[in-house]
Design a protein around this ligand. Structure first.
Ligand code: ADP
Length: 356
């Protein structure tokens, strides 16, 4: 009974918020200046208002200021707990049957991986989310039965690769997207590992990350040039009325959004950059088409948006972290990212719908 009351209260509160704000949230996170920037005497171009947690100003070299507003703005001294506190209600709604999609967007080196993966001392959104999902499933075990599955894949140069290969010395398996029922995509052959606890997932993710760098001598470079996707599938069954749900939570660390310099524009790097630009702009186009409600949503323009189609519509919950650098040297890229994110935030969307 307590569970039913809590769950309907959560839904009521959520619907209230949705009526006010829609299903798409954008959080901005600014990393601290790093050692090299401090040693080099870099200027910080980001200003925060001490009393407001949803806006920031970018100060240009001519001292003009541009204001940006998001659903929440995290400052350089906000820690992983603070970030997760805001993210938790969104990710845990996958247990109530909602499809959820979280992206980290931004220039390489701005903290996308720090926000999503974190480090063993400073766990990020992915680990904390799994921990919370296991905790809540345990808490609800008298009224709900949950099964959790994890998949991990990479999109590199418009090719999808399964990172949960059994033997991480083997190259990742290539996969294709298949249209299942109307508006539902499947990736046949994708490994879905049933998981029972957070540490187990952590080990799985570590082996997935190793698979990511197979064949590359420059693992870090590759990781900034591919999208890394973690998918948590939740199957739920109510022990009260037998109602079943199946929903997905996608946790996505996108490729770096930086524009390539003129010097690099040749060969393999050019191809990579074109693919990255294509998929990031496809993501922006999908989101703005959803916003303008024009009817046709161009999901098929990239593997990324096509695969996420059923988790990226008006009835799903979407959260984008726009990651930025405070340094004057990155001003141009920072403005590009903030403009992109503002476009995303402009979205109006209908209430989220439960998946059954
Ligand atoms: P990206 O994934 O965007 O390329 P990373 O997550 O690799 O960026 O971050 C670059 C570096 O900055 C890493 O050493 C990371 O630990 C550090 N970093 C990023 N964000 C923060 C933060 N909020 N607090 C402390 N260190 C951070």
């Amino acid at each position: 009974k307590k569970y039913i009351e809590e769950s309907s209260e959560r839904r009521r509160l959520y619907n209230e918020v949705i009526e006010l704000k829609g299903n798409i949230r954008v959080f901005c996170r600014c990393r601290p200046l790093n050692q090299v920037e401090i040693a080099g005497g870099s200027n910080c171009v980001v200003e925060f208002d001490s009393s407001l947690d949803n806006e920031l100003h970018i100060v240009s070299s001519d001292s003009s200021k541009k204001q940006f507003k998001f659903d929440h703005v995290f400052r350089p001294d906000d820690n992983q707990e603070a970030v997760f506190a805001q993210t938790k209600p969104i990710v845990t709604s996958v247990l109530d049957g909602y499809n959820v999609c979280i992206f980290a967007y931004g220039q390489t080196g701005t903290g996308k991986t720090f926000t999503m993966d974190g480090t063993p001392e400073n766990r990020g959104v992915n680990y904390r989310t799994l921990e919370e999902l296991f905790r809540i499933s345990q808490e609800r075990s008298g009224v709900m039965r949950y099964e959790l599955f994890v998949s991990m894949l990479e999109v590199y140069n418009e090719k999808i690769r399964d990172l949960l290969v059994e033997n991480s010395n083997q190259p990742p398996k290539k996969l294709e997207i298949k249209q299942a029922a109307e508006g539902t995509q499947e990736v046949p052959g994708l490994v879905e590992a049933r998981v029972y606890g957070t540490e187990e997932v952590w080990e799985l993710l570590k082996s997935g990350s190793r698979a990511r760098s197979v064949g590359s001598t420059i693992a870090n470079e590759l990781s900034s040039r591919s999208h890394c996707l973690l998918r948590v599938t939740v199957k739920g069954e109510s022990l009260v009325d037998g109602q079943k749900t199946r929903s997905h939570l996608w946790l996505v660390d996108l490729a770096g959004s930086e524009r390539v310099g003129k010097i690099e524009v040749e060969g393999e790097r050019l191809k990579e950059s074109q693919y990255i630009n294509k998929s990031l702009s496809a993501l922006g186009d999908v989101i703005s088409a959803l916003a303008s409600k024009t009817g046709h949503i161009p999901y098929r323009n990239s593997k990324l948006t096509h695969m996420l189609q059923s988790s990226l519509g008006g009835d799903c919950k979407t959260l984008m972290f726009v990651q930025i650098s405070p340094s004057a040297a990155d001003l141009g890229e920072t403005l590009c990212s903030l403009n992109f994110a503002s476009r995303v935030r402009g979205i109006e969307s209908g209430p989220a719908r439960k998946q059954t």
